[in-house]
Design a protein around this ligand. Structure first.
Ligand code: NAD
Length: 486
């Protein structure tokens, strides 16, 4: 009813440059209070159909603009988001549960940078040319945009990951239909309000809100969407592969992880401990550490210091700037993460701090929020589900190891291969280990430092394809080899 819907923010789909209402809506919660925050369109086939049509109609004009023209529009959009940075950060924090500090310093600045980065990088790509003098031939490649791109993103870094796809897709001259996570749709909707002012022509960026099962799947199955870029869980990635197989779609899949940190006895613990704390408990990033292998000589010291620091990590109201960690995304997800800790205990592992061990005092306004303390588990087998499956919450396992050879084998003994960190002051060792880890990204003596020029993505069940300056350009364009004979 009107009275009901008026109480909340109500989002609308953005199709062909206009906001359009949807016949039905889903409630989206503020994870730090448990209250309804907004209502999100529950789009399905029909809405996706209209959006794909709008994107198709916009393609001829957009794809024929010069890279420089598109670049200027992307830069303008970056400026407009940046002008509203605080409002975007507040909305992201409220919608997702992450701390305002994190949204302000990481999420929104990175969304701005995604547009600036691709606005710049699109101007610098070169195609190839070879000569075959004896045949009187030269060959060259030409790259053209693919068409309508379907972009599907998860809840953990909402605007950050969505713009990581939108920016390269439109910079290359494609038009897009994007579907953010139904749990974190607000900042994508806010961005839509800026598109016209930035000069993005109608229909170039369409956003359809709704669930994966309805809106997401309709997009994946649409015959006029030849390219899908997806970030989310491995299970959904597998389903997307199946559903797009009949159409032979081009896919980029950024999926789950079970990322190891390998800490050798010559590591600089004064740097390693605070960074590993962040890499373990920073707001549910797919690159988070969830298996910490510590060389036996420093195992007990590391564990003592790491647990002491974990206990100091402040969990609570994400709007409070002194808080280190906000809420988990949903009640269901909180239950799922908790169930892993219980399973570990049932298997005989030791929970050293956090869930079930320490008590969590929350401010009055946050009593119904989905909070959990950073949890450290020890004495756990490599075969345990806590060491094999992606938990995607503030839970990390710490185990000892003896040799380099052994730890490489154990680190590689999961189905995932997204990222890893290695800590040692021995350059040769760091280099050797990094080379042998089955992982799309390896950080040594640091974590989460990214150069967007370089490939991002996972091995094994962590994904397919890579994204990044050159990689995204290649993914979002078709290449053709042309031969000219005199
Ligand atoms: P999810 O797979 O449940 O959902 C991701 C997106 O896919 C959402 O927009 C969802 O609505 C949509 N979706 C769900 N089912 C679909 C279907 N059948 N067809 C089309 N779309 C569908 O993932 P999530 O819970 O939102 O996000 C957490 C997961 O994302 C974790 O596994 C995490 O590791 C992964 N992740 C990976 C990266 C990376 O870069 N590799 C980055 C962030 C998150």
């Amino acid at each position: 009813t009107m009275a009901h819907s008026k109480a909340f923010l109500v989002l609308e789909n953005f199709i062909g440059g206009k906001f359009v209402p949807c016949p039905s809506y889903i409630d989206s919660y503020n994870p730090s209070t448990g209250d309804i925050y907004c209502r999100v369109p529950d789009s399905g086939k029909e809405e996706v159909e209209t959006a794909v049509k709008a994107a198709k109609d916009a393609f001829p004009i957009w794809s024929s603009k010069t890279p420089l023209e598109r670049s200027q529009i992307l830069n303008k959009l970056a400026d407009l988001i940046e002008d509203d940075l605080e409002a975007f950060a507040q909305a992201e924090s409220k919608d997702q549960g992450k701390t305002i500090t994190f949204a302000r310093t990481i999420d929104i600045p990175r969304a701005v940078y995604n547009f600036r980065f691709f606005a710049s990088s699109i101007l610098h790509h070169m195609t190839e040319c070879t000569e075959m003098a004896t045949m009187g031939c030269m060959h060259y490649t030409s790259r053209t945009p693919v068409g309508v791109a379907g972009l599907i993103s998860p809840w953990n870094l909402p605007l950050y990951l969505l713009t990581w796809k939108i920016a390269p897709a439109i910079a290359c001259g494609n038009t897009v239909v994007a579907k953010p996570s139904e749990m974190t749709s607000v900042t994508a909707w806010m961005m839509c309000k800026l598109l016209e002012r930035a000069g993005v022509p109608h229909g170039v960026v369409n956003v359809v809100f709704g669930t994966g099962a309805k809106a997401g799947e309709a997009l994946v199955c649409h015959p006029d969407v030849p390219v899908i870029s997806f970030t989310g869980s491995t299970l959904t990635g597998q389903r997307i592969m199946e559903k797009s197989a009949p159409h032979c779609k081009r896919l980029s899949l950024e999926l789950g992880g079970k990322n190891p940190a390998i800490i050798f006895d010559d590591a600089d613990l004064t740097q390693c401990i605070p960074t590993t704390l962040r890499s373990s408990f920073a707001n549910q990033i797919c690159l988070c550490t969830s298996r910490i292998f510590v060389q036996r000589g420093i195992y007990s010291e590391f564990l003592k210091r790491f647990v002491a620091e974990s206990k100091k990590w402040k969990v609570g109201n994400p709007a409070d700037p002194t808080v280190d960690m906000g809420a988990l995304i949903s009640k269901e997800h909180l239950e799922k993460v908790r169930s892993y800790v219980k399973k570990a205990q049932a298997e005989g592992a030791k929970v050293l701090c956090g869930e079930g061990v320490d008590s969590l005092a929350l401010p009055t306004g946050n009593q119904k929020g989905y909070f959990m303390l950073p949890t450290v588990i020890a004495e756990v087998n490599d075969e345990s589900c806590c060491m094999q499956e992606e938990i995607f919450g503030p839970v990390t396992c710490v185990v000892p190891f003896d040799t380099e050879e052994e730890v490489i084998k154990r680190a590689n003994s999961v189905k995932y291969g997204l990222s890893a960190t290695v800590w040692s002051s021995n350059v040769g060792r760091v280099h050797r280990v990094a080379q042998r880890l089955q992982s799309g990204l390896v950080w040594t003596n640091c974590w989460l430092i990214r150069d967007l020029n370089l490939p991002f993505g996972g091995m094994k069940a962590s994904g397919m394809g890579r994204e990044g300056g050159k990689d995204s350009y290649e993914f979002f364009t078709e290449v053709k080899t042309i031969t000219i004979k005199h």
